[in-house]
Write a protein that binds this ligand. Structure first.
Ligand SMILES: Nc1ncnc2c1ncn2[C@@H]1O[C@H](COP(=O)(O)OP(=O)(O)O)[C@@H](O)[C@H]1O
Ligand SMILES: [Mg+2]
Length: 707
């Protein structure tokens, strides 16, 4: 196979190179710069990004960069973890901790997702990554490169938004590349937000004639003749197409150089990039072509180990087969993996396989990877691509992957559930359960209208009674998030009467019902709901582990006391709630902003004497029942159900340099426009110095919290 030298310089992108250089200069001068590069495949996005990163490294700046992969979109935080080296084996404890956090999410089989299972890990992971980036930037200029964002998993996009907010006043640059089509809603939202915050957008067009001529000259090492240049016109200024056409000509030894001029004798070039690539490949030995086809099943990047697993060939044998495509720059080695020089090269080989063969290869790859202990997301991806209707194996792995992903990325989980449901027959007995879990994931992901629609669709038709209570709670969460407090209360009450609802979930339903009643001004009703929640929790084995419900009950109880004028008691309960939430694993209790109650009880305007609950309640209801939740979420009045977008930031931790900085962060809020202008953090207790000694509040068994 003939080869061409890699093109040393960038041709025809002087303006874009200058914009990127400016961005890095800006970062060095201490301010955040954001540049988004978009353009069709092969147009030169990665080349520009790599050039900017290389120059940044050359200046001694810190660089954190990674690219997303098509087949890894279901790996929560895949892109950003790779970017910052967040692996368990990292020698840096901060990175190892992030790796550990994400590994926790990945490991083991998880039970079905319920209203009390809490994917709080997403908060922690976003925050941990933002903390790390902030610390790095505080130490010196940091350049972040994110390639192929069109394939980024939703949690990584979320994190990038959080990084932009957190690094706003620090020496950092964020450069992201993506294809503009097909459109990805989350990415468009992120890009829009970054542009609105001052980010630059570079939309790459085709290279002009001079740039193409320069590129050809660089590749063939001589000035191109007229016929050779005419042959390149079919590439329409796409540098990948140009280099592939040149590769095809070189391989067939059709380029001759004489008197310093490169020319072609015969110009029967393939009309499309795909055919050009296939023509190049067709000259390789059969064993090599076969290996490339298997490799294309694994995606644009793959490890030799995975390729050995799916082909059943030894790594030594494969490495010999792949030596030639590496030399011909069909494949390249990026250190950890082999990858096709460009996704379009992989796509051409992949799409050349008949679709039934592709499906069968995916299926076999999935089965072999499963036997080799590969992650559920990877196995599920392959099995799903090779699945036919009602394929129980694929459905099983998709569900498994969805439940694992739900911990770190409910968005990904919802997508995986959808794919599993799509493979099931409408009559499948387990379908409603998966529809219910999907609704829960949508709600956790903040997709409120979708969650609402999913719940209604299920409840409005005959459905599995075992899912009824749980789906009603999700529906209530969605309604609360949309300000429909009274309707939400109706659903919560119905849910709590549902005979099939487990006690832990019943406790959650009662707890939220109490919360809703407070918003409607019904203090006595709220107290009764919280008592019922305590009773249901006491009957449930796992209640002590349900930290969010604990927080709701205690916070609502504190609010009831506060509204009745029992301020000392309210403060005491609120402080205890904060202590419990602080001590809860992964600080899950803070998913409900318990700390706001503390400050509300201790710093709120003193009210002379006990007031009638109804009077107090009506005052409250005018503030919070009309539109729920209100805009600020630093007090109990504005707590929100999971995923409604007003979930408190995971930033409520002891003050430190980075923490003080993060007080202005809107890390979580960048996802939804939930708290415009507010820090959206659960605050630490700001109560007065002299307080009564804390009384033990026992929870859940034998609770002394008495609403
Ligand atoms: N301006 C340029 N000058 C020289 N070579 C380029 C230029 N832009 C892209 N290339 C080459 O074209 C190929 C495709 O570019 P790439 O950056 O991977 O495209 P994209 O990321 O937009 O899909 C790569 O081999 C790259 O080195
Ligand atoms: Mg690219």
């Amino acid at each position: 196979m003939g080869t061409l030298a890699p093109v040393p310089g960038i041709r025809g992108r002087e303006e874009e190179v200058a914009v990127l250089a400016d961005a890095v200069d800006r970062a060095v001068s201490g301010r955040l710069a954001v540049v988004l590069i978009d353009g069709e495949a092969g147009i030169g996005k990665t080349r520009l990004l790599e050039d900017a990163l290389e120059k940044a490294r050359g200046r001694g700046l810190q660089v954190a960069a990674a690219r997303a992969a098509e087949l890894e979109q279901t790996r929560p935080f895949g892109l950003v973890a790779a970017m910052f080296g967040g692996t368990r084996s990292s020698p840096d404890p901060r990175r190892a901790a992030i790796g550990q956090l994400l590994a926790t999410a990945d490991s083991g089989d998880r039970g079905p997702i319920t209203v009390t299972s809490d994917p709080g890990l997403q908060f922690q992971a976003v925050d941990a990554l933002a903390d790390l980036a902030e610390e790095l930037a505080l130490a010196g200029p940091l350049v972040i490169g994110a390639d192929d964002l069109h394939w980024a998993d939703p949690s990584s996009l979320l994190t990038l938004g959080a990084l932009a907010a957190r690094l706003a006043y620090l020496p950092a640059a964020i450069i992201g590349c993506f294809r503009p089509a097909p459109r990805v809603a989350d990415l468009e939202r992120l890009a829009g937000a970054l542009e609105a915050a001052g980010g630059r957008r570079l939309s790459l067009r085709e290279l002009d004639g001079q740039a193409v001529a320069d590129l050809v000259a660089d590749s063939v090492g001589a000035a191109p003749g007229r016929r050779l240049l005419a042959g390149m016109s079919g590439a329409a200024g796409n540098p990948l197409f140009v280099t592939e056409l040149l590769g095809a000509l070189a391989q067939e030894q059709m380029i001759t150089v004489s008197d310093g001029r490169a020319e072609v004798s015969d110009l029967t070039l393939p009309p499309t990039l795909r055919l050009t690539i296939l023509r190049r490949i067709s000259f390789l030995p059969d064993g090599t072509v076969q290996a490339l086809r298997f490799a294309s099943i694994l995606g644009s990047g793959f490890t030799l180990t995975d390729l050995a697993v799916v082909t059943g060939r030894s790594a030594i044998d494969l490495s010999m087969s792949l030596a030639e495509p590496i030399r011909a720059r069909v494949l390249q080695d990026d250190g950890a993996r082999l990858r096709f020089r460009h996704d379009l090269i992989r796509d051409a080989i992949y799409e050349d396989l008949p679709s039934s063969v592709r499906g069968a290869l995916h299926r076999e790859a999935g089965q072999r990877l499963a036997a080799a202990g590969a992650p559920a997301s990877q196995v599920a991806e392959h099995l799903a691509r090779g699945a036919g209707p009602e394929d129980t194996e694929a459905i099983g792995w998709l569900v498994r992957a969805a439940r694992q992903a739900a911990v770190a990325s409910p968005d990904v989980a919802a997508g995986l559930f959808s794919r599993a449901i799509g493979l099931m027959s409408p009559a499948d007995q387990g379908r409603d359960r998966l529809l219910a879990e999907r609704a829960g994931s949508l709600m956790q992901a903040g997709r409120v209208p979708l969650a609402l629609a999913a719940c209604r669709q299920l409840l409005d038709r005959p459905h599995d009674p075992g899912t009824d209570g749980q789906v009603r709670i999700y529906l209530a969460h969605a309604m609360l998030a949309q300000g429909q407090v009274r309707d939400a209360l109706g659903e919560l009450d119905r849910a709590s009467r549902s005979p099939s609802l487990p006690d832990a979930e019943r406790a959650a339903a009662h707890a939220w019902a109490g919360f809703a009643r407070i918003a409607l001004g019904d203090l006595d009703g709220a107290a009764a709901s919280e008592r019922a929640a305590v009773a249901a929790a006491a009957a449930s084995e796992g209640a002590a582990d349900d930290h969010v419900t604990t927080s709701i009950i205690m916070s609502t109880t504190a609010r009831i006391s506060e509204s009745r004028g029992h301020l000392a008691e309210a403060l005491e309960i609120a402080e205890e709630a904060v202590r419990r939430a602080d001590a809860s694993p992964s600080r899950l209790g803070h998913r409900f902003p318990v700390a706001g109650g503390c400050s509300s009880s201790s710093t709120g305007s003193p009210r002379p004497g006990p007031r009638s609950g109804r009077a107090c309640g009506s005052a409250r209801s005018s503030a919070s029942a009309g539109r729920w939740p209100p805009t600020r979420c630093t007090s109990l009045t504005s707590a929100s159900p999971p995923g409604s977008g007003t979930t408190p930031s995971p930033s409520s931790r002891p003050a430190s340099r980075s923490r003080r900085r993060s007080a202005r962060s809107t890390a979580w809020c960048t996802r939804t426009a939930c708290c415009p202008g507010s820090a959206c953090t659960a605050t630490t207790c700001t109560g007065p110095g002299r307080r009564p000694p804390p009384r033990t509040v026992t929870w859940p068994a034998g609770a002394t919290v008495t609403p």
